[in-house]
Design a protein around this ligand. Structure first.
Ligand code: SAM
Ligand code: SF4
Ligand code: SF4
Length: 332
């Protein structure tokens, strides 16, 4: 096991398998910045599945327990189930986060390859609002179909993530709670974060979880549940009649850096120790050229042992303007 400067282990690895996406969510990849002339990584720059797997193998002796495949949109990568198969074959819990647009067609293969769980981002039930937020025309009913199919395939508990922004989609919050109540699907409401440099974040756009909870408590009788583990990012609430659970990810109003056990690998092989990092640690040379997994393990150890990130706990006006990497690149 390896510990960072704040005694946090490396338990969880998020892997961005592509920096590309078929959505242009305004809070993540606004079209003005990520339109047709944005420079995305070329195919030759991004890690192959074998290389990604090599990195995961090197993290295993350090105490790695869980991998989340993300992006950009991970289901845009060809045969992503092959990567799932490799990682789950290592005995590591394997999860995936997707915008859901391409999920239905790939679910059987993903489940058959050993995927343990899936999280689907859905910011609105209303089609017009969804299209506006994602700056795309993908069908909400297709995404809903994928969510229910994932649940029926046993990728439980299926989670739905909704980023709430003031004046944009607060009215979608109770609709989402109602839709998934009694289905086993857990909806989690995420505070809008100041990640990256392009999404025009201002504190006024953040709807604190406490405000959402107060608002929902008028319609639903919700009771608190204990967190699964201290490093679990969401606080959990349940309908008092046992008809389901919801969650809140309060990264702005109630940061959880003290228990942050997450590392991130970008699609071209840089290791990031925080979602708000300004710099990544180049690993691609070691991943690509070294057959020696111990050497890679030592390089990861060295980076982790120096880690002292706690950005969300230290957020202040000066830090908000730092040149941070984008969420679509580093992996959400
Ligand atoms: N494309 C996939 C998706 O949307 O699920 C995976 C990558 S996306 C970057 C991962 C998650 O990050 C999504 O749930 C998305 O809503 C969330 N996200 C992106 N930008 C965010 C921001 N500024 N604040 C909070 N969450 C954000
Ligand atoms: Fe794409 Fe996900 Fe970012 Fe939306 S949040 S633009 S779906 S990577
Ligand atoms: Fe972890 Fe960085 Fe987020 Fe804190 S700000 S929880 S250290 S990723």
């Amino acid at each position: 096991m390896v510990l960072d400067k704040l005694s946090r282990p490396l338990r969880d690895l998020r892997i961005s398998v592509t920096d590309r996406c078929n959505f242009r969510c305004r809070y993540c990849m606004p079209r003005e910045e990520f339109g047709s002339d944005h420079t995305f990584l070329s195919k030759s720059e991004i890690l192959t599945y074998e290389e990604i797997n090599r990195f995961v193998i090197a993290c295993k002796p350090l105490g790695l327990q869980k991998v989340r495949i993300t992006g950009g949109e991970p289901l845009l990568r060809k045969d992503i189930h092959k990567l799932v198969e490799m990682i789950s074959g290592l005995g590591i819990e394997t999860a995936l986060t997707t915008n859901g647009s391409l999920l239905s067609g790939q679910l059987n293969k993903l489940a058959g390859s050993g995927l343990d769980r899936v999280t689907i981002s859905l910011d609105a039930m209303d089609q017009e609002t969804h299209s506006r937020i994602t700056d795309s025309t993908f069908s909400v009913s297709d995404i809903l179909g994928g969510i229910m199919e994932a649940s029926s395939l046993g990728l439980d508990p299926v989670k739905v993530n909704c980023v709430v922004r003031r004046g944009v989609n607060e009215s979608e919050v109770p609709k989402l709670v109602r839709k998934f109540r009694g289905t086993g699907v857990i909806v989690r409401f995420i505070e809008f974060m100041d990640v990256g440099r392009t999404n025009g974040w201002t504190p006024g756009q953040v709807v604190p979880s406490s405000e959402i909870l107060d608002f929902l408590s008028k319609d639903f009788d919700l009771v608190p549940l204990i967190r699964d583990s201290p490093s679990d990012v969401a606080s959990r609430w349940a309908h008092s009649d046992g008809s389901g659970e919801i969650g809140f990810i309060s990264s702005v109003s109630n940061p959880f850096c003290g228990d942050c056990v997450r590392a991130r690998l970008s699609s071209e092989g840089k290791l990031y120790t925080c979602l708000f990092s300004t710099l990544g640690h180049e690993m691609s040379d070691l991943i690509q050229k070294e057959a020696d997994s111990d050497k890679l393990t030592r390089a990861i150890t060295k980076v982790w042992e120096q880690r002292k990130d706690r950005y969300s706990e230290e957020r202040k006006p000066e830090t908000i303007t730092l040149p941070r990497v984008e969420m679509s690149y580093i992996g959400g």
